[in-house]
Write a protein that binds this ligand. Structure first.
Ligand code: GMT
Length: 377
């Protein structure tokens, strides 16, 4: 098969969509394709040298005549420039707005042969899709793409319900780099954090946006603590952090909560964790669940969006209703106190991550999609 020249545009800063886009670029490069990232900064996961990965920086000028810096136009212009000069076969963009629209503009500037693949990650539909000032534009971006994927069936269904686009949306699940996400010996971290041998560790990782309901994580933890000696690791940062800190103090659990901020080597933190909590009210997939599962950490999560496609209730973890603190506490406590249950769920989590979401399976699906588009002319 001819190796492809692929442009990738995503939000390159910390966040699941940027992580998936970058990991996909790296895997495609390992398969021999030439990858061109067109982004505002170097994707943060692009942490080693690849001879066939290129980074083209989008520079957004702050001209005084513009009230707002024209990110979309600068991006479209850079995409067109790179596509033409590097003779790209296709652009794979992550997020419908503005990236699919920018790709459409770039296609018009360069000629028709350039194919556009758009991946929907969630917020573009579940939050922005409700915004009447944007919904028609999102629909247009989807319909103007040559192929559209969503990271879960739930997200694809929600997109049809909300926008009714005249476009097939294929589900392609997220994946992780299993060479990084695996259980390792990180016991030294437990000692360094002052976590004693007989204490259990609960972990939550997010960007602390309102939809993540981190306050529920703290409320559950305070109740678990009544019965199980444990520590809570809060990893990440974001707009809800102040309110979360306040709640931790109000509930008197500050000695047992470690605020770790944004961290890079999550596999080490998962390796010292006994259970993971993700209690969001919106989540198209929950990449952090897959990361934890690959490291053998059972998850207790909410029964919403794409989460039930990742966690099987009672098998690899538990699913609970949003805000049902009592049930979430009971399920979390059962995993922490029943050794056999923990070990069964840990093994099942690792199996699912390896067999159902393995990067080789997912990357093949994207490659098949690219080739089918290019062969259809
Ligand atoms: O979770 C976030 O708020 C970040 C957001 C993003 O754009 O990176 O994550 C979305 O995309 C991830 C990768 O596909 C998914 O795993 C997350 O579930 C999704 N977030 C939401 O749907 C809220």
């Amino acid at each position: 098969m001819k190796k492809l020249k692929i442009g990738i545009t995503c939000y390159p800063t910390v966040g699941g969509s940027g992580v998936v886009a970058t990991e996909l670029g790296k895997k495609l490069a390992e398969n021999g394709h030439e990858i061109h990232f067109v982004t505002t900064s170097r994707p943060f996961r692009l942490n080693k040298m690849y001879h066939n990965i290129f980074f083209h920086e989008v520079d957004v000028n702050q001209y005084s005549v513009f009230k707002h810096p024209p990110y979309d136009l600068a991006l479209a212009s850079k995409m067109a420039e790179v596509a033409k000069r590097e003779e790209l076969d296709l652009f794979h963009v992550h997020y419908a707005v503005p990236h699919a629209i920018c790709a459409h503009l770039a296609k018009q500037m360069t000629g028709d042969h350039l194919k556009i693949v758009t991946t929907l990650h969630g917020t573009d539909i579940t939050v922005l899709g409700h915004d009447l000032s944007l919904s028609n534009m999102i629909k247009f971006g989807i319909e103007a793409s040559d192929a559209v994927t969503a990271v879960s069936r739930a997200l694809a269904d929600q997109t049809y319900d909300l926008l009714n686009p005249d476009k097939k949306i294929q589900t392609v699940y997220n994946f992780i780099d299993e060479r990084i996400y695996q259980k390792q010996n990180a016991d030294h971290l437990k000692r360094e954090y002052g976590i004693s041998e007989d204490e259990k560790v609960i972990i939550h990782v997010s960007n602390f946006r309102q939809v993540k309901r981190v306050q529920d994580v703290v409320r559950v933890f305070a109740r678990v603590l009544d019965n199980v000696k444990s520590k809570l690791l809060l990893v990440g940062d974001g707009p809800e952090m102040t309110s979360v800190c306040k709640l931790v103090r109000e509930l008197g659990v500050e000695k047992n909560v470690l605020f770790l901020g944004k961290q890079n080597h999550l596999e080490e933190l998962y390796s010292i964790s006994d259970v993971k909590l993700l209690l969001s009210e919106k989540e198209s997939f929950g990449l952090v669940l897959l990361e934890a599962m690959a490291c053998g950490v059972p998850c207790v999560a909410t029964n919403i969006g794409g989460i039930p496609e990742v966690i099987r209730d009672g098998m690899s973890g538990f699913l609970c209703d949003v805000g049902d603190i009592k049930t979430i506490t009971e399920k979390t406590t059962s995993i922490l106190t029943d050794k056999q249950l923990h070990s069964r769920m840990a093994s099942e989590s690792m199996r699912v991550a390896k067999e159902e979401f393995h990067s080789s399976i997912i990357v093949k699906q994207y490659e098949a999609l690219y080739y089918s588009l290019l062969s259809s002319g």
